[in-house]
Design a protein around this ligand. Sequence first.
Ligand SMILES: *[C@@H]1O[C@H](CO)[C@@H](O)[C@H](O)[C@H]1NC(C)=O
Ligand SMILES: *[C@@H]1O[C@H](CO)[C@@H](O)[C@H](O)[C@H]1NC(C)=O
Ligand SMILES: *[C@@H]1O[C@H](CO)[C@@H](O)[C@H](O)[C@H]1NC(C)=O
Ligand SMILES: *[C@@H]1O[C@H](CO)[C@@H](O)[C@H](O)[C@H]1NC(C)=O
Ligand SMILES: *[C@@H]1O[C@H](CO)[C@@H](O)[C@H](O)[C@H]1NC(C)=O
Ligand SMILES: *[C@@H]1O[C@H](CO)[C@@H](O)[C@H](O)[C@H]1NC(C)=O
Ligand SMILES: *[C@@H]1O[C@H](CO)[C@@H](O)[C@H](O)[C@H]1NC(C)=O
Ligand SMILES: *[C@@H]1O[C@H](CO)[C@@H](O)[C@H](O)[C@H]1NC(C)=O
Ligand SMILES: *[C@@H]1O[C@H](CO)[C@@H](O)[C@H](O)[C@H]1NC(C)=O
Ligand SMILES: *[C@@H]1O[C@H](CO)[C@@H](O)[C@H](O)[C@H]1NC(C)=O
Length: 832
Amino acid sequence: MVFSETRFLYTFMLLMFSSHVLKYPEAATDTITPGHHLNSSATIVSAGEMFELGFYQPTNSMNYYMAIMYKNIQEDRVVWIANRDYSVTPSAFLYIGDDGNLAIRHGSIIYMVTDLKLTNSNVSATLLDSGNLVLRDENSSVLWQSFDFPSHTFLPGMKLGYDSRIGKNWSYISWRSSNDPSPGNFTLQLDPGPEKQIVILNGDEIFWRSGAWGDEGNLFEFPPGIRMDMYNFNFVSGSDTAYLTYQLYRKDLISRFMLDATGRLTQVLWSDKEWSLLNIQPGQPCDVSKYCGANSSCSNSNLSLSFCSCLPGFEPSSAELWNKGDFKEGCSRKNYLKCDMERPGTAEDGFLELSNVKLPRNQQTRVVQSFRECRSACSSDCSCSGFSYTNRNCSIWRGDLINLQQLPADDISGENFYLKLAAADLGTHKSKSNIRRTIIVSVTVPITTIFGSALFIWQVKKKRDKGKGQDLLTFDVTMSLAVRTENKPSKRRRQAEHEKEVEIPLFSFSSVSTATDNFSFSNKLGEGGFGPVYKGKLLKGDEVAVKRLSRKSGQGWDELKNEAMLIAKLQHKNLVKLLGCCIEGDEKILIYEYLPNKSLDRFLFVTIAIFLLPWQTRVRIIEGIAQGLLYLHQYSRVQIIHRDLKASNILLDEDMNPKISDFGMARILRGSEQRATDRIVGTYGYMAPEYALEGVFSVKSDVFSFGVLLLEILSGIKNTGLYLSNSLNLIGYAWDLWTSNRPLELMNTDLQHKYCPNAATRYINTALLCVEERAADRPTMLDVVMMLNNELAILPSPVQPAFLNARSRLDSSQRIPEISHNKLTISVVVPR
Ligand SMILES: *[C@@H]1O[C@H](CO)[C@@H](O)[C@H](O)[C@H]1NC(C)=O
Ligand SMILES: *[C@@H]1O[C@H](CO)[C@@H](O)[C@H](O)[C@H]1NC(C)=O
Ligand SMILES: *[C@@H]1O[C@H](CO)[C@@H](O)[C@H](O)[C@H]1NC(C)=O
Ligand SMILES: *[C@@H]1O[C@H](CO)[C@@H](O)[C@H](O)[C@H]1NC(C)=O
Ligand SMILES: *[C@@H]1O[C@H](CO)[C@@H](O)[C@H](O)[C@H]1NC(C)=O
Ligand SMILES: *[C@@H]1O[C@H](CO)[C@@H](O)[C@H](O)[C@H]1NC(C)=O
Ligand SMILES: *[C@@H]1O[C@H](CO)[C@@H](O)[C@H](O)[C@H]1NC(C)=O
Ligand SMILES: *[C@@H]1O[C@H](CO)[C@@H](O)[C@H](O)[C@H]1NC(C)=O
Ligand SMILES: *[C@@H]1O[C@H](CO)[C@@H](O)[C@H](O)[C@H]1NC(C)=O
Ligand SMILES: *[C@@H]1O[C@H](CO)[C@@H](O)[C@H](O)[C@H]1NC(C)=O
């Protein structure tokens, strides 16, 4: 046995600033007024008793600080400190000075908390339930607020970034240690560069970066793993301003981000008795910028102790330091390049292909005509150390290669990198062929050939109505939904509808804008793959969901057409309904029925009992999704492949009935056709192997996604919720339990056995059939619906599902998956 069970736990513990907080007498007020002294035995408490302001003494410390703390939470409760750089003793007190400034008096020393030039001294300081301490003048104008001077905690409503118009710069500084709130080495701030991203600095050096916000429409992926379902992020940017802010969808939850003393950004949620860790960044060594130094490769999944290795043809710059585990010096070439030495006669330098890597940082990209042109651009440039080429984009790196990461074989998100090497080094490194991503050349027939006629009608209608869209505010939603709510039309009827012209109401931009309060932040429901979604209110009080395709997303127009055409024709109670659209100038907007309970992932992947979906609701959701998908697959004479079925694309109405949404990526197939594409879109974790690896999709790739979704609904565990891709994933976990005859251990433990075991077993069996490796072996949705509903059906036994090869070397019996969501532990397997 090569790999033993010794597990090296990266314990990212919550910092417990378990404080020796003094017992204060109950304070009746939330406000400090002139003449009022807040001494070490007094506090002020916000009106709703969320926060209190008072003295805080860290554990094992003689120092006192004036701090804002959660009122009813005893552990790790400090969110803001007034005097980080100057600690006091219990004799100090906080007061409002004669000039109206907030200050701490410590013996003869006066520490100014605020430094305002005031003409009026009638000033008061109030602690709000948001945790914000605001200083107001007699007319209640805000003169100063603690949210503008963050400590280490980023609370809902706070900002991260800058607004030069008002001279504000919001950045967060870590504590020195968990018991010392004085400013530490790490700063969380917005990257001043052109990319919209946040960074953590260690001193002046970048320690971690989030990756660009909104990069390639992956708005959900920012920052990796952060719970977007609970947080409503908003990135505000303009010429002088750029900041990130957020709110919690549920105001009754207590959650926050904070920068801990070790430089990690942690996201925690208060659940009854303790802080649950939801996310931590950087979560793995390779996420730390330059962890392995220059010219090396970092691998989080390396099963040996070391995460760092030199690139082929390179050796540690300092073997001594490297062997001690200090990789900062990086690696240098074993043999100089020909062009470095200007030594004619030696063989030409060449390139070694490194496949499936996360590319190094700081490339220069330009458009070229071919791979060969890109390669020769690097060959002829002596300072070029490597290149990569995708779809005519040629990226070139000069000098040090930093942050190159080798991805494991089962994570296919990597790209190929071509490393320039001296001939002497090339010979010794035969191109390692890792599992390579094969892309089958596209044979996609344009979608318009199928819906061509309908599209034409639509365009004509669009022309006719140009410039005078209908008024959304007076639109009759109920009527529109009633007319189009027909469940299972007969086959002939469906066919007739297929031929029918598509009439989608076109609304005026001004009415859409008014309905959403000018697309205000407070109306924002979330961010989809192609742009933000807002809630709109019509005159009669009806609500609609407004999806505004982002202008910069080049795909917007096609996606809009695609989605509008498809969905306007589809009528099923388990598909979300399109009410109309709006096209004016650059604006492309789709308007849907509003579903108050938002998406399924918000309910599924949470640990708190208030959110827990009861078994009957789960059954209804599963059956509804299966019905919706069956309808798509059997619609008329064609099949509609959704291609991005996942929990966040299942919306829930007020009775928790599921509706499939987001048809931006859907495609139409005829008969039992399968299709290949070179543009693989979808969500990792839900993609069938033939689609993820070869781009082949069919109804069976949707069946696979359905299987994953089914396992997630039963277990409450997210299939992609693991950091280490060579850990067991949810499918593997379910399979292991199935083969060891303990299938029901998969069930969400919070359900506490309040479910029907026979049905649950049948569902798990069905799910495992859906995720089989060979598409042909998977059932159709019609089979699935029958398996789910028929209690007497004898189901076939599943065979080993897809995506288990990568871990087959591991002894699975030793590996208990660390996938509980309230305690994220990251495990790495190391040899004994
Ligand atoms: C703090 O102030 C309260 C009243 O404001 C007073 O009763 C108490 O004695 C003071 N405590 C100290 C230690 O000065
Ligand atoms: C201070 O302002 C409050 C109202 O905000 C007012 O009631 C009070 O009279 C003012 N005091 C003085 C000294 O101006
Ligand atoms: C408060 O409002 C009054 C009346 O509008 C004005 O005269 C006064 O200057 C204001 N005070 C401050 C501090 O702005
Ligand atoms: C904000 O403050 C940080 C840290 O002091 C600094 O690095 C950054 O450049 C500032 N940004 C702006 C836009 O002033
Ligand atoms: C902060 O920086 C100082 C000086 O560079 C160093 O001694 C200390 O260990 C650092 N602290 C942390 C938590 O990295
Ligand atoms: C894993 O680490 C070892 C030792 O450092 C190295 O030889 C090997 O190339 C690494 N594997 C990967 C995939 O990075
Ligand atoms: C890394 O490799 C590049 C390109 O060969 C070279 O310019 C640089 O000096 C190397 N860095 C180190 C630390 O040796
Ligand atoms: C090529 O580069 C452009 C500009 O940087 C970018 O918008 C585009 O997405 C890139 N294409 C690919 C396939 O990476
Ligand atoms: C709506 O927003 C646009 C662009 O942000 C702005 O120019 C316009 O003035 C706003 N209109 C209203 C009524 O707020
Ligand atoms: C779903 O939405 C309805 C209407 O807003 C609400 O009454 C209900 O409590 C919601 N259900 C859940 C489980 O949140």
